[in-house]
Design a protein around this ligand. Structure first.
Ligand SMILES: [Zn+2]
Length: 322
């Protein structure tokens, strides 16, 4: 009565006949979570009627087992998650710094401005330095696949870390004198972040293939490419702010859109500078949200690396009568 489709499943070791075999590992029903262990592989869930073969199919990950094994999956998983958390912390800290230094908050003139700059920049720099720990953990090549194909990503990421740390220190030094929102110096740590994410992307694409949820989830999966575009928009915003400041200092008035000047909190602000600030702010928020998602994604990858799903053959009792 059963279709042949559910009689045979494809696992990492090839097709497996389900007829006459039992499920011998803990296997939650894919629909209701009922433990199907001990039931025949061709039966249905006693609670909800979902076929056990369907639950088997959703529990195994043949694709993962066909990929070359990692040298040290635990270490790679931990390193990736650590990179994600450090990235998020550094990004939040730098974003906070830019918010605190917005001219219309008035904090830039307060006595605590120096302290706030020091703390927020300090966190971003420390994150950049600590980022070298996972870099060294990943260096033995994140995947054996290809010839050090992952190493290019690690090298790019490490170069990004150096530029990020240098850029944060540089931006801090210059900002302390005239705190007028973002400056062109901020493009240095931004380009570091760009390089870093470019490298992280190469690593995550290669290692992340081992997580089924990372490969298949289309909604909660954060594409690093989108973060790179976000950073590009932050940079565009910063350049516009700079152009606006340069323009408003000349005192010209013209009919070019967005180039007129208005006064905000006693300071002349050009339309183009305000537009730049808006673009930057929106892009910063989008990047921060994206980084939160990325952390979740990296946690999936870590979990798949550290406790990979059993193979189909391990789920099934041995074939009888052979
Ligand atoms: Zn069920």
């Amino acid at each position: 009565m059963q279709s042949t489709q559910s009689d045979i499943l494809f696992g990492s070791d090839g097709p497996e006949k389900l007829e006459g075999r039992d499920i011998c590992l803990h296997l939650p029903c894919s629909r209701c979570g009922y433990d199907l262990q001990g039931l025949p592989a061709t039966s249905v869930c006693p609670e909800c009627g979902t076929s056990t073969s369907q639950s088997l199919a959703s529990a195994i990950d043949p694709t993962m087992h066909k990929l070359p094994p990692l040298l040290a999956p635990h270490r790679v998983g931990n390193a990736l998650l650590m990179l994600g958390v450090l990235t998020l912390l550094a990004a939040f800290s730098i974003a906070l710094r830019e918010v605190l230094m917005m001219p219309w908050l008035g904090l830039d003139k307060s006595s605590s401005a120096g302290m706030l700059l020091f703390v927020t920049t300090g966190i971003a720099v420390i994150c950049g330095v600590l980022g070298w720990i996972p870099v060294f953990q990943l260096w033995p090549s994140p995947a054996d696949a290809g010839i050090h194909s992952g190493r290019k990503g690690i090298a790019t990421l490490a170069a990004g870390l150096v530029v990020w740390v240098a850029g944060c220190l540089l931006a801090n030094k210059f900002d302390a004198d005239s705190l007028l929102g973002p400056t062109l110096i901020d493009l240095v740590p931004l380009s570091g972040a760009w390089l870093y994410l470019l490298g992280l992307r190469q690593i995550v694409v290669e290692v992340g293939a081992r997580s089924r949820v990372f490969r298949t989830d289309r909604i909660r999966r954060q594409r690093i490419w989108d973060l790179l575009i976000g950073i590009l928009f932050i940079a565009i915003g910063i350049v516009l702010v700079w152009a606006g400041e340069a323009y408003s200092s000349t005192g010209n008035q013209s009919s070019i859109p967005f180039s007129s000047t208005f006064t905000l909190d006693g300071k002349p602000v050009s339309g183009i500078g305000f537009l730049g600030m808006a673009i930057s702010s929106v892009a910063v928020i989008l990047v921060l949200v994206g980084l939160i998602y990325l952390c979740f994604n990296l946690a999936w990858v870590r979990s798949a690396l550290q406790s990979p799903p059993p193979r189909l053959r391990e789920y099934l009792s041995p074939v009888e009568g052979t």
